[in-house]
Write a protein that binds this ligand. Structure first.
Ligand code: IDP
Length: 149
């Protein structure tokens, strides 16, 4: 089973949509295997967004992600990495389709509410960066036969 890293950014926490976001992943059929609320350190923020370190928006991105609590999660399921990206929607919320999280709740690229890993390698790297092994719980929901043939 595939796993992905999802984070509700400080704007999503402040906006009070953590529950709504968790609901969307749960009702889609994915399994929550890790969850915590944390104040992100500058070091973690810089490591997480390392690929963007030369971009002009990098300082404001690090400033923003460390500005308030973040909800970090790991979700599991078949095809969860690509599917989560669809549930989240395009990077710019104004371009994101209605029905997606960013499309339904956001208006600005610098306040796009949620992060989701974009590929298997990044998912593995980000899960390792944000969670210790013992913080992840392997379990199988009893409804699994009703989700998968
Ligand atoms: P993603 O979050 O949809 O994967 P990325 O291109 O990986 O998008 O960018 C990471 C994050 O950097 C975005 O979610 C957004 O918060 C921020 N970002 C990306 N491009 C811009 C920009 O042009 N201005 C401000 N922030 C940006």
């Amino acid at each position: 089973m595939e796993r992905t890293f999802i984070a509700v950014k400080p704007d999503g926490v402040q906006r009070g949509i953590v529950g709504e976001i968790v609901r969307r992943f749960e009702t889609k059929g994915f399994t929550l295997v890790g969850l915590k609320l944390l104040q992100v350190s500058r070091e973690l923020a810089e490591q997480h967004y390392d690929v963007h370190k030369e971009r002009p928006f990098f300082p404001s991105l690090v400033e923003f992600i460390t500005s308030g609590p973040v909800v970090a999660m790991v979700w599991e399921g078949e095809g969860v990495i690509a599917s989560a990206r669809k549930l989240i929607g395009a990077t710019n919320p104004l371009s994101a389709e209605p029905g997606t999280i960013r499309g339904d709740f956001g208006v600005s690229i610098g306040r796009n509410l949620i992060h989701g890993s974009d590929a298997p390698e990044t998912a593995q790297r980000e899960i390792g960066l944000w969670f210790k092994d013992e913080e992840l719980v392997s379990w199988q929901p009893t409804i699994t036969p009703w989700l998968y043939e």
